[in-house]
Design a protein around this ligand. Structure first.
Ligand SMILES: [Ca+2]
Length: 299
């Protein structure tokens, strides 16, 4: 997403007060992921039994309280404070990043340890960069970069950043990840669409729900081990989604990261990249001066 949030919103309230606002009823919001006593949090976590799941996976997922997780910081690195991060991907020790804003949207290759931009290509000033996903690797590797309201997805060669193809789509483009077979795309609503990576055609779609209620404002995505992680715009939380059912089965509290940046100078938490070599995530935000290496741990 694009427009700078008003100052009050940029305090990144929790899921219970921001994520569900206008999406579910006020009463339902109270059921969500607001602060809970530690004992309650522990009892909620990991309560899915394999027997229940086997009997009726969709029903089980809809009824089970999502696991409560927290982002524990392992390391902190510099990040370009002018990068309006919209898409983040790790590959081979490098970070690939899509940035937004009209006139300053880019695709860039970054050295994670220093934040140094190693390679960059700028989008035309009338285009607004959004989500980014990697398909393949080496010479055959392709980066797919969305645009917000332009309906254009650019396909770049991973190694050279040469533009090799372009797709067109209806609606807005927000987040994108590749699960190994399909591209998963968000558009700011509660709907995820699964697209053919070659043709960009929609194979199916699913509505994301938290305890049966829709979760809107899904933003940057990361596909990891059969799950889809999503930033939720204007919150300090990341939801873990079962892509088969759309059910949120985990909520990651990233407020510790938000506390480390000057909220008056930066925009929202956004950007998730999985580092398979270390089984950790890299997280940052729009215009954030820092990139965090974290693990997601049960609270
Ligand atoms: Ca990502």
């Amino acid at each position: 997403m694009t427009l700078r949030a008003p100052r009050a919103a940029r305090r990144l309230p929790r899921l219970s007060t921001a994520l569900l606002a206008g999406v579910v009823t006020a009463g339902a919001a109270g059921l969500a992921c607001g602060p809970a006593p530690a004992a309650s949090g522990r009892s909620d976590a990991g309560s899915t039994s394999s027997a229940d799941a086997a009997a009726s996976p969709e029903a089980a997922m809809a009824d089970v309280a999502p696991e409560r997780l927290t982002a524990r910081v392992v390391a902190v690195y510099p990040h370009d404070p002018k990068a309006y991060t919209q898409g983040l991907v790790w590959h081979g020790g490098e970070l690939l990043e899509s940035t937004g804003q009209y006139g300053s949207s880019t695709l860039r290759r970054v050295r994670p340890a220093t934040g140094e931009v190693l390679q960059s290509v700028s989008l035309p000033a009338d285009l607004f960069g959004e989500g980014l996903a990697l398909i393949g690797e080496g010479e055959a590797g392709r980066l797919v970069q969305l645009t917000w309201q332009n309906g254009r997805a650019f396909v770049w060669a991973l190694d050279t950043f040469e533009l090799v193809d372009e797709h067109h789509y209806d609606g807005e483009g927000w987040g994108l990840c590749h699960d190994g077979k399909q591209l998963v795309m968000s558009d700011g609503s509660a709907t995820l669409r699964f697209r053919d990576p070659r043709t960009f055609s929609v194979a199916r779609e699913v509505d994301v729900t938290y305890l049966g209620r829709p979760v809107g404002a899904l933003n940057e995505l990361e596909c990891v081990d059969g799950k889809v992680y999503a930033n939720v715009w204007q919150t300090a939380e990341i939801v873990r989604i079962d892509p088969r059912t759309g059910a949120v089965d985990g909520v990651v509290d990233a407020r510790a990261l938000v506390a480390e940046v000057d909220s008056a100078a930066v925009d929202v938490l956004n950007g998730i990249a999985w580092v398979p070599e270390r089984r950790r995530f890299l997280l940052t935000g729009k215009l954030w001066p820092l990139l965090f290496e974290v693990t997601f741990e049960a609270r």
